[in-house]
Design a protein. Structure first.
Length: 208
């Protein structure tokens, strides 16, 4: 299966290489080539492809957003923030750009700014489960557990299969001495992700 998936990725890359060779000003092909390169772990080449797309049409936000996400994956957070600021300048109504700008800031310790970015993403896309999740994680990190719990519950309303949200909810309930609720969420996390160490540890701590 892995070999088949790799073969399909290589095939897609070959198609995009042909497309960009045949028509070097094909914006969408350069963006798609960048995404494929990124999925193959070839980050620098992906960045080059996104740069080429942005050179072709700098007024469109897609290439900037994709480049920003790629830079986050490469842990180049200040660079990512700069690129994603450009993306939201070009397209202020893009929730994905705001969400990833929040991530870039979060990773740099600018948590209040990140929370504002997540709020912006949510206001633009009220069912954006991942934005709720990352906001909840940040609130939990800042020890704002009640607000974090509210947001994790929203995540589970939108995405019941998010096992990480179940674990976070379990942790909060454990800290509140709500053992039955904590156990229920840890067990659900294990049902969704069998063998998850955090969930197993949470259950073990409840039983000690």
């Amino acid at each position: 299966m892995l070999l088949e998936s790799f073969s399909q990725t290589e095939g897609a890359l070959e198609c995009y290489n042909r497309a960009t060779s045949f028509k070097s000003n094909h914006y969408a092909a350069w963006c798609a080539k960048g995404t494929t390169m990124e999925s193959m772990g070839r980050g620098e080449e992906a960045l080059d492809a996104y740069d080429r797309a942005a050179q072709l049409d700098g007024a469109r936000s897609d290439a900037w957003v994709n480049k920003g996400i790629c830079l986050i994956g490469m842990e180049r957070y200040p660079d990512s923030e700069k690129v994603l600021r450009k993306a939201v300048e070009l397209d202020p109504a893009n929730p994905t750009a705001w969400h990833n700008l929040g991530l870039a800031r979060d990773y740099q310790g600018a948590h209040d700014e990140a929370l504002n970015d997540y709020d912006k993403a949510i206001s633009l896309a009220p069912e954006f489960a991942l934005a709720y999740f990352d906001k909840a994680v940040t609130l939990s990190f800042l020890d704002k557990k009640i607000s974090a719990l509210t947001h994790f519950k929203k995540v589970l309303e939108l995405d019941p299969g998010n096992f990480e949200a179940h674990i976070y909810v379990g942790d909060i309930y454990r800290d509140q001495a709500k053992r039955d609720d904590a156990e229920r969420h840890y067990k659900e996390a294990l049902r969704l992700d069998p063998g998850n160490e955090r969930a197993e540890t949470g259950l073990k701590e409840l039983r000690e």
